[in-house]
Write a protein that binds this ligand. Structure first.
Ligand SMILES: [Fe+2]
Ligand SMILES: [Fe+2]
Length: 164
């Protein structure tokens, strides 16, 4: 953690711990789904992973880095475009964390910390309390990224973590 200095260091960590997730068909399909502004759910999820690692580093919090990154990458793994009107997309803000968790459990092996990160990332909109410091970090990172994205400020160049 103390050696983390540049974007490249964060990218290396994301690739190290999240490559199987990033390269999976499910995560790749997120490129089709808009999250905020003109940012895809795929881009948003990588941004949240970046921001989570950066926050942990800046606040000098000793974290389970692998769980932090994997939980951040999967926090919005609901796999649909919530802007398309559909009965199943109603109240998206309240339900998508649970859908993301179901999909993540189906496609990956996830631990308790990663489960809690996904399930509580919408707190306080969802009343499930974050139980791990990693959950709190992703919760905050998600909100910061959402604000940047709504104002179309792109702070992460995802080309480095793009998988071909
Ligand atoms: Fe979300
Ligand atoms: Fe999110």
């Amino acid at each position: 953690m103390s050696k983390l200095k540049t974007y490249k260091d964060i990218e290396d960590l994301i690739i190290k711990y999240g490559y199987d997730i990033i390269s999976s068909p499910g995560m790749q399909s997120e490129k089709k789904f808009i999250q905020h502004g003109n940012i895809s759910c795929y881009h948003h999820s990588l941004s949240v992973a970046y921001m989570s690692v950066w926050l942990a580093y800046k606040m000098k919090i000793n974290v389970d880095m692998k769980s932090l990154i994997r939980g951040a990458l999967l926090h919005d793994y609901f796999l649909y475009d919530w802007h398309i009107p559909d009965k199943s997309h109603k109240l998206h803000g309240f339900h998508h964390a649970k859908t993301a968790l179901e999909n993540a459990r189906r496609d990956f092996s996830i631990n308790d910390c990663e489960t809690n990160i996904i399930l509580t990332h919408m707190f306080p909109l969802n009343l499930k309390l974050p139980r791990y410091k990693e959950s709190i970090i992703v919760n905050i990172a998600d909100k910061i990224c959402a604000i940047f994205e709504i104002f179309r400020y792109n702070f992460v160049d995802i080309s480095q973590v793009e998988v071909k």
